[in-house]
Design a protein around this ligand. Structure first.
Ligand code: MG
Ligand code: MG
Length: 309
């Protein structure tokens, strides 16, 4: 399970770093990504990662240091935004609009529970992209205390992304990742008949658009209906599309980032799933050893892995 936990966070960062070079490019408009490359909108070096990983590191640090405290989580997102802490190059170079508005609100009120925009128009993928630390640190609550576990996943979204779509997406994705970490089969977990999906629904119905994904929308669609956009619904669907029938971590993550558009984030979401499924040991060595600032990832993993597994 340690291998799957490590895989979920390292996978997130690898997907982010692979996609960073083609972020915002329309699908089909670039030479397909086969490994790390320089460039992209933030002019990063090969193997460097973006806000997705920075926010995941901030969240992991909070869980390790204080347990569950939404204000502390948000305070660390602020440290990233204002001081470049948790960043690959000590600068915050790519904060999303919804996140920035929410952190500004948090600065004014000090209340992370109400800082995120609840409107449906504010349904970006900024909270699913950073989610892995929750199933890594609190996956022991799954499956016996699924209601408590799903509640934490949902709460982790509140500080920046409080719409029903985002909350539901976090409940579903965290549960899938927790199950994969604990060795449940991919095909079972992604099936509409999955026992834990039924339980999730009984606890609180998922938003209909997230429910549609959980029912397998990603199996029937192809590009261009599959889009790696910044909308949480399309982003989650695209990550599952890339993951569900791939035969390896690398195949899944490359498929995700080659959708272009919000490529780093589709890659980060897919990387959490694929890393949890196959584990760190099945990630190609070249992707692991050329990932930037592995020391920051190791530090984060040291604080959240092996707690009560
Ligand atoms: Mg990013
Ligand atoms: Mg992105």
């Amino acid at each position: 399970m340690r291998d799957q936990c490590r895989g979920a966070l390292i996978g997130l960062a690898i997907g982010d770093a692979l996609g960073a070079a083609v972020e915002f490019k329309p699908p089909g408009s670039f030479e397909p990504v086969t490994g790390y490359r320089n460039g992209g909108p933030h002019r990063l070096a090969a193997g460097e990662w973006t806000d997705d990983t920075s926010m995941a590191l901030a969240l992991a640090d909070s869980l390790a240091r204080v347990g569950w405290d939404l204000n502390d989580q948000t305070d660390r997102y602020l440290q990233w935004w204002t001081q470049g802490k948790y960043s690959v190059n000590q600068r915050c170079f790519d904060i999303g609009g919804t996140t920035q508005t929410a952190l500004t609100q948090f600065l004014a009120t000090g209340d992370a529970r109400t800082s995120g925009d609840r409107s449906e128009q504010a349904s970006g993928n900024g909270s699913i992209m950073r989610l892995a630390p929750v199933p890594i640190r609190f996956g022991h609550l799954y499956p016996d205390r699924l209601a408590d576990f799903a509640e934490l996943a949902e709460e982790s979204s509140l500080p920046t992304h409080a719409s029903e779509q985002c909350l539901s997406a976090c409940r579903y994705l965290a549960t899938v990742v927790a199950a994969l970490i604990r060795g449940e089969e991919r095909d079972v977990v992604l099936s509409p008949d999955w026992k834990s999906l039924k339980q999730l629904q009984e606890i609180k119905p998922l938003h209909p658009l997230i429910e549609e994904i959980a029912q397998g929308s990603f199996r029937e669609k192809q590009v261009p209906d599959i889009r790696g956009s910044g909308w949480v619904v399309k982003s989650l669907e695209a990550a599952l599309w890339a993951f569900h029938d791939s035969s390896s971590f690398e195949e899944a993550v490359l498929k995700a980032v080659n959708l272009g558009d919000d490529a780093d984030t589709t890659g980060a979401v897919c990387g959490q799933l694929a890393g949890a499924c196959w584990g760190e040991s099945h990630i190609p060595e070249s992707l692991r050893s050329n990932l930037a600032r592995m020391d920051l990832l190791e530090q984060a993993l040291g604080g959240i892995v092996n707690h009560e597994i």
